[in-house]
Ligand binder design. Structure first.
Ligand code: NAG
Ligand code: NAG
Ligand code: NAG
Ligand code: NAG
Ligand code: NAG
Ligand code: NAG
Ligand code: NAG
Ligand code: NAG
Ligand code: NAG
Ligand code: NAG
Ligand code: NAG
Ligand code: NAG
Length: 782
């Protein structure tokens, strides 16, 4: 304190020396006086006070040393400007004192009738604006923004007829806009935002400013209607955060409006009513559109497809109903999209994601899955919110915290294994799986999550069943998690039932641990009825776990009855169910993993040594027996539903064992995606129709043709073989690698059995019992 006082004393004595050396009543004198009064301390050393006109960059004088322009922006000038300083520079045209700490203006300032531009922005002036401002008849630019001016905007402002730029924003101006402002017909830019202005805009406001380009009245207390301010030249309008309560269409003067100039329109946070402009098609420059938070009537989404420049779209709380139109994906510059708090229905559409930074779809009635590309973009976004819809998503990458903030009331519906690439039922090598398990155990639990993440990446071709698997992933990862998912019982409370090992006490948590949360790496194969995982359960029991996607109408009790029934089915050619687990929305069937190979890999993956006829016949017969047992030995008959090479496993003595039987019942809605043509589907089977005994026979016929031809099954295979048989050339269908390993006659007969089983008309096909008989007749042993 003492030091600064001493400093300023020094400073003033320094000035005084110079002032005394200047002629009084010259601009140099006034200017020096001005700078000294405002304690221009910092740059004082750099300037020569005896000739201020030489201060290049700050002062411009005419030939007679009259000061014309002062740009003293950001020079740390502080305090009150005294009289007889600037106010006396009668030739002054431009005065820029912005960004200083000036606290008050001199009373003689208003006499500067030649002043064209006054910039006092960002100072600390807190006074009323006097009516004397009307003296500035030459003024073109007036910027008093970011001060503490208060009171009313004087009516005398009407004299500033040359004014083009009026910036009074961020002050404490009160009361209404003086009607006299309408005389300032040259105005191009008006910013009165962030004041406490109130009342209605004076009548004729819109038409009074034919050159108006930019209008900002944001953050005031204006009310009443918007009166045609949006004429053809206007580029920027911000009327946000007021109390305007008219009809939104009053903004437009005529009926037909040409929006081609408009760049920025913000009417948010008002009380506007009516329906928003539906036809914005000519607004091809419009980059920013915010109509949020008004009181519009229920309305459909406006047509926005042509707004190719749009980068900000905020229609939050605009009472939108119906769907988000797909054209929204054409908005390739979109950075911010806020559609929150509406009544939007339907799915989340694809968006143009290149530039998106903020996405808020919360509080609507959207349902279905969030498109995967959108999920993948989330890490690059600044903010996103999908809360309070009826959405499901699968994104194991997002943290619990994010789920709780941005996905409230959504379902994280990740299937255990998400990428059904194993279309051909390729069996994951057991060695690799074992290694993976060993490695996984060695590495700590922390990698569990990572594993799951990796497992779930790239789930592009997700099938319908994937969405039905409803183990909540968040619950998988943190059992103590609560709130939105309390309906999911904790994994440690869900028991596993082992049919023949009642003493083996396990829970779902054990199954999860054994498969590393159903990591893809532990997946053995995957079919229409769901994925199957390899696991070593406590006690060293090697199991294959089939996760069955289920609908919700089959109760847990019914599911458990169905499982118990399956467990009682015992046949040497069936892979027995040895346990099950009923979690809330999915059921897990447990089979013993006998380290077998499946027919699929036997036939199609081994290039060199081909299976001889004897083995192929054995497989065909064993499979037929298994099916005959299901169809005729069980009451009621049991449909398999997914007969195919990949479901036929061979134990060490090459005896076939048919897996995955009896799951149709548990799937109840039929196999999702059974309409997909995988080569085993009979022609009569409609999309998603339940499989039947006859469709099992057809599928078995395809397996048989696959066995004899060595070719992969597809529609062509069936048509091709059937064509050959009809022409009496069935022999040509036989796998040449097998031909010499057995009787040509027997093999040709097998082709015919395949022909019968694949009859187009279901009732023309033999029963499985008949098929067993036919196959027995051609046994290589007999
Ligand atoms: C003082 O002036 C110098 C150069 O003119 C400038 O870099 C510095 O920011 C000024 N300091 C203050 C406090 O204004
Ligand atoms: C200030 O400018 C005047 C006139 O241009 C000159 O005579 C004087 O020497 C200058 N003083 C300083 C300290 O530079
Ligand atoms: C006034 O000065 C401020 C700060 O230098 C500047 O940002 C603003 O654009 C100026 N006002 C006008 C109307 O030029
Ligand atoms: C209008 O003024 C408000 C508050 O001063 C500001 O936040 C907003 O960016 C301005 N609008 C435009 C379009 O410049
Ligand atoms: C809108 O105005 C622009 C120029 O101001 C003009 O080129 C365009 O044809 C007009 N469009 C319509 C639909 O009137
Ligand atoms: C949308 O507008 C509302 C009202 O002005 C505002 O609260 C909200 O933050 C805006 N959303 C975004 C994403 O800017
Ligand atoms: C939405 O529109 C309906 C009917 O037009 C109206 O009853 C309702 O109050 C509006 N909701 C809001 C939040 O404005
Ligand atoms: C949704 O629609 C209902 C019925 O029209 C209405 O009451 C409600 O205000 C609307 N909600 C929103 C957020 O617009
Ligand atoms: C999860 O992260 C992985 C690796 O960073 C990435 O490849 C994958 O696309 C992400 N998945 C989603 C849904 O964002
Ligand atoms: C949410 O969606 C599910 C099915 O997708 C439906 O059964 C349920 O009724 C929906 N809930 C609400 C509140 O719309
Ligand atoms: C998402 O929206 C909901 C509802 O408005 C809100 O509770 C939640 O805090 C929002 N989350 C984020 C991250 O903005
Ligand atoms: C979402 O909220 C509704 C109503 O509060 C509730 O019935 C529903 O179960 C919730 N859904 C989820 C997935 O949290």
């Amino acid at each position: 304190m003492g030091l600064s006082l001493w400093g300023s004393l020094l400073f003033f004595s320094f000035f005084f020396k110079h002032l005394t050396s200047l002629d009084p009543n010259t601009d140099a004198f006034y200017l020096s006086h001005f700078f000294s009064a405002l304690r221009l301390s910092n740059s004082s050393q750099a300037h020569n006070f005896s000739s201020p006109c030489s201060w290049s960059g700050v002062v411009v004088c005419d030939s007679r040393d009259n000061v014309l322009h002062i740009s003293a922006s950001g020079l740390d000038l502080s305090g009150s400007i005294p009289d007889n300083t600037i106010g006396k520079m009668s030739k002054l045209q431009t005065l820029d004192l912005s960004g200083n700490k000036i606290t008050s203006l001199p009373s003689d300032l208003w006499s500067l009738s030649l002043l064209q531009s006054l910039n006092l922005s960002s100072n600390r002036i807190s006074e009323l604006l006097p009516s004397n401002i009307g003296n500035f008849i030459s003024l073109q630019t007036l910027d008093l923004s970011f001060n503490s001016f208060s009171g009313e905007i004087p009516a005398a402002i009407s004299s500033l007829v040359r004014l083009t730029t009026l910036k009074l924003h961020n002050n404490g101006f009160q009361f209404g806009v003086p009607p006299g402002l309408l005389h300032c017909g040259s105005l191009v830019s008006i910013d009165l935002s962030s004041n406490r202005l109130s009342g209605s805009l004076p009548a004729g406001f819109g038409s009074a400013f034919p050159h108006l380009n930019s209008l900002n009245l944001s953050r005031n207390l204006f009310q009443g209607s918007l009166i045609g301010v949006l004429h053809e030249n206007v580029e920027t309008i911000d009327l946000s955060e007021n109390r305007f309560d008219g009809h939104i269409l009053q903004l437009i003067p005529g009926h037909k409006h040409n929006w081609s100039s408009l760049i920025h329109l913000d009417l948010s946070d008002n009380r506007l009513v009516g329906h928003i402009f539906h036809d914005l098609s000519s607004a091809h420059k419009l980059g920013h559109l915010n109509l949020a938070c008004n009181r519009f009537k229920a309305q459909e989404f406006p047509q926005i497809g042509k707004l190719s420049a749009l980068h900000y779209l905020n229609l939050s709380r605009t009472n939108l109903t119906n769907i988000i139109p797909r054209e929204i994906s054409q908005l390739s510059h979109l950075k911010v999209l806020d559609l929150s708090f509406n009544n939007l229905t339907g799915h989340v559409p694809m968006l143009s994601l290149e530039n998106i930074e903020i996405l808020d779809l919360s509080l609507n009635k959207l349902d279905g899955e969030i498109p995967r590309p959108v999920l993948e973009k989330l890490p690059m976004m600044q903010r996103f919110n999908f809360s309070f819809n009826n959405l499901t998503f699968c994104n194991p990458n997002v943290s619990q915290e994010t789920i709780q903030r941005s996905f409230i009331n959504s379902t994280n519906n990740c299937p255990f294994a998400a990428k059904p690439i194993v279309i051909n039922g390729k069996k994951v090598s057991k060695k690799k799986t074992g290694l993976k398990i060993g490695l996984g155990l060695a590495i700590s639990m922390a990698f569990l999550l990572v594993g799951l993440l990796l497992a779930l990446r790239g789930r592009r071709k997700s099938r319908t069943w994937a969405t039905k698997l409803a183990i909540n992933n968040s619950e998988l990862n943190s059992p103590e998690q609560s709130d939105s998912i309390t309906y999911v019982k904790q994994a440690t409370q869900i028991p596993v039932v082992m049919i023949d090992k009642p003493l083996m006490k396990m829970t779902l948590a054990d199954l999860k641990a054994a498969t590393f949360n159903f990591d893809r790496g532990t997946m053995l194969w995957e079919g229409k009825s769901g994925p199957t995982y390899g696991a070593v359960l406590p006690g060293g029991f090697r199991a294959a776990l089939k996760v069955i996607p289920t609908g919700t109408t089959l109760t847990d009790m019914e599911a458990s009855i169905a499982f118990e029934r399956l467990a009682r089915i015992n046949h040497p050619n069936l892979l027995p169910l040895c346990g099950y687990c009923i979690a809330t929305e999915q059921r897990i069937a447990i089979y013993e993993d006998l380290d077998m190979a499946n027919l699929q890999s036997l036939l199609h993956n081994k290039a060199d040594d081909s299976a001889p006829w004897r083995l192929r016949h054995k497989i065909a017969l064993g499979t037929a027996r298994a099916l005959a047992f299901l169809h005729h030995g069980c009451i009621p008959p049991m449909v398999h539903g997914e007969v195919k090479a990949a479901a036929i496993w061979l134990n060490s003595s090459q005896e076939p064992r048919l897996a995955d039987f009896g799951l149709v019942k548990l799937l109840e809605e039929g196999f999702p995606g059974s309409g997909e043509l995988d080569g085993y589907t009979p022609p009569e089977q409609e999309r998603n129709a339940s499989p039947t005994l006859e469709s099992d026979v057809y599928s078995f016929g395809v397996v048989l043709l696959e066995l004899v031809s060595g070719k992969r099954p597809d529609e062509e295979l069936v048509n091709w073989v059937r064509g050959l048989v009809r022409q009496g050339q069935g022999l040509r269908a036989i796998d040449p690698k097998m031909l010499e390993t057995g009787s040509e006659e027997q093999i040709a007969e097998a082709v015919k059995i395949g022909y019968l089983c694949t009859a187009d008309l279901p009732w023309k096909r033999p029963t499985m019992q008949q098929a067993v008989g036919l196959l027995k007749d051609i046994s290589p042993n007999s």
